[in-house]
Design a protein around this ligand. Structure first.
Ligand code: MF3
Ligand code: CO
Length: 272
């Protein structure tokens, strides 16, 4: 599954670098599609249940599934970019929320806490844990900062299909649901609002927005459950952190959630 996931990470990194005031979300979509096809991948979202684009580009109060358009980004916006790739028969799926120029302190905190919550969830992706341990960890972190977890959308298993069992809610009690087993691959993707959790879908049939109009952020990684701990597949070089330390070259400002020290030995090289 590595090539699809590495390509997702590369494309996300390039998109992040292309984001600035004046750029349209359609520009970003075009860039993503070209990069994916040039590398021999197939945009996974395009045509999926009729979805019309390569990326999802969700601005400000848009939670997920924003359709790229001629809308130009402006300073102070936050933009959630979601990318999926099919390559060699396998899918990769990841998302980041990025600032457009300078953003408000509250928006910056939302981005930071949402990304942290993703890593809190990833930490739980261990053999023998339960699916709901992931959502519990995400929710606890997010709510401790006064933000809220979107309920209507969930993470998912991923592999030779983009959406596989199990569903992975970003909230709930720990110790529920299927046990995680070696070799499972999960797309963990917290969607977090500044205000209330409720969302609605716009008339385009896709764009999910917060009902209260508050800002929303979305971070996602595709993660493998291995004997040596969670391994993030959606990283630029295919190497990823496990066993207590999480990091990714696709996301500067990475979060270390493990115990300090012994960092080198905790890194794992993904072999497949
Ligand atoms: N990461 C999202 C998901 O897992 C992206 C899907 S967009 C869609 O559902 F257009 F393909 F639906
Ligand atoms: Co996903």
């Amino acid at each position: 599954m590595r090539p699809a996931n590495v390509l997702v990470a590369k494309v996300l990194r390039e998109l992040r670098e292309a984001v600035r005031p004046g750029v349209t979300t359609a520009d970003l979509d075009q860039l993503a599609e070209k990069r994916i096809r040039d590398e021999g991948g197939i945009p996974a979202f395009k045509g999926y249940h009729g979805y019309p684009a390569t990326i999802c580009a969700s601005v400000n109060e848009q939670v997920i599934h924003g359709i790229p358009s001629a809308r130009a980004l402006v300073e102070g916006d936050i933009l959630s970019i979601d990318v999926g790739v099919l390559m060699d028969g396998f899918y990769g799926d990841a998302a980041v929320t990025v600032p457009v120029g300078r953003i408000s302190e509250r928006a910056a905190e939302l981005l930071r806490v949402t990304e942290e919550s993703l890593y809190e969830g990833i930490e739980q992706a261990r053999i023998g844990a339960r699916v709901s341990d992931i959502g519990y960890a995400v929710q606890r972190h997010v709510e401790s900062h006064g933000f809220s977890v979107v309920r209507e959308f969930v993470g998912h298993g991923i592999g030779s299909a983009m959406h596989e069992e199990p569903q992975i809610p970003n909230y709930g009690e720990p110790g529920r649901g299927p046990r995680l087993a070696e070799g499972m691959v999960l797309a963990i993707e917290p969607m977090i609002n500044v205000g209330k959790p409720a969302v609605k879908i716009l008339e385009d049939g896709w764009t999910a927005v917060t009902r209260d109009g508050s800002l929303s952020a979305h971070f996602e990684h595709t993660v493998s459950v291995t004997a040596s701990g969670p391994v993030i597949l959606t990283t630029h070089n295919g190497a990823a952190a496990a066993a207590g330390v999480s990091a990714t070259s696709s996301a500067p400002g990475v979060t270390s959630v493990g115990a300090p020290g012994n960092r080198e030995s905790r890194w794992r090289k993904r072999t497949r």
